[in-house]
Design a binder for this molecule. Structure first.
Ligand code: FMN
Length: 335
């Protein structure tokens, strides 16, 4: 079943964020206030097709009750995209990850937007937006499509351009019969340093109507509430809204009604405790170092006297056991 066809309008998506949206955080979000769709962190197909595969599987790890999860891939070699897409579509990747029969990803997304130097200098991710790399972008899309063989939807997540806003990129992408296209409204050059250019969605949306009315269009960049996302989706005729860093400001950002400020410090500490415990139970072999949890500290530990000092203490913790100890003591402080 193509899950994308049954989504509400607008639908809301938790953005893929490396070292953030692992299965642990996705489960915490899903249990608190779930979006309509989740993405994995980006997983490198070239690495997955190399002897380094076992170490990279953590990027795709999920649990059976994650039933709305799109696998995001990046890399350089079309043949590796084809192979991994095929393993995802036939369920063998999910079996390798330990999932029972019947549990699988609901789609495959291609990362054509990551701005990081290490990826871009090799010609991957946002470098695929450059005109001189268009043939490679085309080969990657076609190879992935071949691998999927119609078994799962195919989508792309990208930016408005590489150095400059480039509508030819969207003419190209919208000619590729994608099931979904997510656009982070900045160029690669802008990284995340300027406000997102939502005004360009007028043009992208117009191109979508002309060239690919069947492709779902998702807007992304600086959205902090569902209300704000709904307004922009309405204004620009978008099907979906993706929220990334907004989740750091409000772990309940996907709740039905705006919940900002409705969470007490104690509730937030309890949520972080749950997060850390699940992290401990999930990444037993040290697959993810404890410092990766630091990104979440401010999300949960705020809004009471002594929160700043507590965060500093937590950032210095060397183990999850130490974190739990601090969290247990802090419940008292937050009262
Ligand atoms: C820590 C972090 C990691 C990210 N990792 C990815 C990634 O793996 N794949 C991807 O497509 N985008 C990634 N992004 C970009 C986000 O998905 C999103 O496009 C960007 O943050 C803008 O949306 P926002 O303003 O709602 O955060 C990452 C962003 C952040 C902050």
């Amino acid at each position: 079943m193509d899950i994308l066809k049954g989504l509400p309008k607008p639908f809301f998506v938790l953005a893929p964020m490396d070292d953030v949206t692992d299965t642990v955080f996705r489960q915490v979000v899903a249990e608190s206030a779930a979006p309509d769709l989740f993405f994995t962190e980006f997983a490198n197909v070239d690495g997955l097709m190399s002897p380094g595969r076992p170490k990279l599987l953590k990027k795709l790890q999920f649990v059976p009750n994650e039933t709305r999860l799109v696998a995001q891939l990046w890399g350089l070699k079309p043949e590796n995209f084809k192979a991994i897409a095929s393993q995802i579509a036939d369920g063998s990747m999910a079996r390798e990850l330990g999932l029972p029969e019947g549990c699988n990803f609901v789609g495959v997304d291609l990362n054509m937007g990551c701005p990081a130097k290490s990826e871009v200098q090799n010609g991957a991710c946002s470098a695929l937006i450059k005109r001189e790399n268009r043939q490679l972008a085309d080969d990657i899309i076609e190879a992935t499509r071949e691998g999927l063989a119609g078994r799962l939807p195919l989508s792309v997540k990208t930016r408005l351009g590489f150095s400059e806003i480039d509508m030819s990129w969207f003419e190209f992408l919208l000619g590729k019969r994608l099931d979904m296209l997510t656009v982070h409204a900045r160029t690669r050059k802008e990284m995340s340093k300027v406000p997102a250019h939502w005004e360009y969605f007028g043009k992208v949306s117009e191109l979508r109507a002309q060239l690919a009315p069947e492709t779902l269009l998702v807007g992304n960049g600086d959205i902090l509430t569902k209300e704000q996302g709904r307004e922009l989706a309405d204004q620009y005729g978008l099907d979906g809204i993706m929220i990334g860093r907004g989740i750091f400001h409000d772990p309940l950002v996907f709740a039905a009604e705006s919940s900002r400020g409705s969470y007490t410090p104690e509730q937030k500490i309890a949520l972080y405790t749950k997060h850390v415990k699940l992290f401990t139970d999930t990444w037993k072999e040290g697959e993810r170092p404890v410092y990766t949890l630091n990104k979440f500290c401010k999300t949960y530990i705020n809004g009471f006297d002594g929160a700043k000092e507590l965060r500093e203490q937590m950032m210095a913790a060397n183990s999850t056991a130490e974190l739990i100890e601090i969290l247990t003591a802090s419940t008292v402080a937050a009262r």
